[in-house]
Design a protein. Structure first.
Ligand SMILES: Cc1ncc(COP(=O)(O)O)c(C=O)c1O
Length: 402
């Protein structure tokens, strides 16, 4: 680990600091403009001959410390901090794709990424193929002469499909194109895609990296040269920089990333086993379950199985709705990775932009819900789930006796 620490836990607390006046925590530097001692320094800074910031749309001092920390955590050369996960994803894709290019994308990708490619990307002449990336020959079959990148998410949102980053990176290396991996569900605490062969990692830092549900942010990690290009020519021009205030909050949140991820994983294992045994549940998706189709790849690539469990209730939309409405403290909400346990219904929420036929073909059924396990006592979470699932049974029984 960086800064001479043996463990990531210590690095998360002490690693990379640019403290002024002995301050124990990283100071916030909110300045937008930076002044120069003379005109020559201004010219050198703008031309890139001299290091440092001249205008806040390209970065700020607080963010710089955070970017260095994220780069070390992901074992990349450099990182770029942006204003949301979608800003990170769009910046990464636009850095490698232009008019006339094609990208291969894993089929069950985050709904926002799907929407970006199917609506905005096509307006700029970028074509795409959604492919079952668990099957390497399907990837080879989808390659076109103009394929310029492969984009995957593992585990995926919301079905927790796990992909073999190593084998997919062998394909991208052979084709000399980049492999971009969305590592949001794992965080660098549980999985390091660059070590497994990826070229670029993207994050929605809105989730586990910040971990407190009070910041929208994203990161791109990769080679120094690539990140420099993104900063100067995409992020800066589109105006997607992460503010110093938000960077500070993420620096604070990161200190407990290890503690949080360990607790999320422990609770998720218990909750997934509880759900798997429940008689109103049709199917549970969690990489830590023996029944998960990519259980062995998950064990090989991931240090922990994460805090997201998706499951399908028997009885489709009606049953899912009565279950959601019966929950007491678990909140119906879009995000994930927060201290609060959050639940959502992909078909009508995160993946509502997907045509029904396509959504159902992927397995995102009307009875599917995605649970982001928080940091509450696991017994309280199970109790809330149990009483709400009981509600489905009662609803079913009511129909039977009418
Ligand atoms: C896997 C994944 N990637 C990217 C995003 C987009 O992140 P943001 O909402 O920060 O733009 C999300 C949001 O839920 C996500 O779940």
């Amino acid at each position: 680990m960086g800064n001479g620490f043996k463990s990531m836990d210590s690095f998360l607390i002490h690693g990379i600091k640019n403290r002024k006046n002995g301050a124990v925590v990283q100071p916030i530097v909110p300045a937008v403009a930076y002044a120069f001692p003379d005109h020559d320094s201004a010219i050198a800074s703008v031309s890139g001959k001299q290091e440092g910031f001249y205008y806040g749309r390209y970065g700020n001092d607080t963010l710089k410390v955070l970017e260095e920390k994220i780069a070390v955590l992901e074992n990349g050369e450099a990182a770029l901090g942006v204003s949301s996960g979608m800003a990170a994803i769009s910046t990464a894709l636009l850095a490698f794709l232009q008019n006339g290019d094609h990208v291969i994308v894993t089929k069950d990708v985050y709904g926002g990424t799907y929407k970006f490619l199917t609506t905005l990307g096509v307006r700029f002449g970028i074509s795409y193929s959604f492919v079952d990336c668990t099957n390497l020959s399907s990837i080879w079959d989808a390659i076109q002469p103009n394929t310029k990148a492969i984009y995957i998410e593992t585990p995926s949102n919301p079905l927790l499909t796990v992909l073999d980053i190593c084998s997919i990176s062998n394909i991208t290396k052979e084709l000399n194109i980049p492999l971009i991996v969305d590592n949001t569900f794992m965080s660098p605490y549980l999985q390091k895609p660059i070590d497994l062969g990826a070229d670029v990692v993207v994050h929605s830092a809105t989730k586990y990296l910040n971990g407190h549900g009070d910041v929208l942010a994203g990161f791109v990690v990769g080679k120094e040269e690539t990140i420099h290009f993104m900063r100067k020519n995409i992020m800066g021009d589109l105006g997607q920089v992460l503010s110093a205030w938000d960077a500070f909050l993420i620096l604070r949140g990161l200190k407990t990333l290890g503690l949080r991820m360990k607790q999320h994983c422990l609770a998720a294992e218990q909750i997934a086993s509880f759900l798997e045994k429940h008689n109103v549940i049709e199917k549970v998706y969690y990489p830590g379950l023996n029944s998960h189709p990519q259980f062995n790849i998950a064990r090989k690539n991931m240090k922990g199985m994460g805090g997201i469990v998706s499951f399908e209730v028997k009885g489709g939309f009606q049953a899912a709705q009565s279950f959601l409405n019966a929950l007491k403290f678990i909140m119906i909400s879009f995000s994930l990775g927060d201290p609060e346990t959050l639940i959502q219904h992909p078909a009508t929420m995160t993946h509502s932009s997907m045509p029904e036929e396509e959504r159902l073909a992927l397995g995102i059924t009307d009875g599917l819900v995605r649970l982001s396990i928080g940091l509450e006592d696991v017994n309280d979470i199970i109790q809330d789930l149990e009483q709400a699932l009981q509600h489905i049974k009662e609803e079913e029984f009511k129909w039977l006796i009418v």
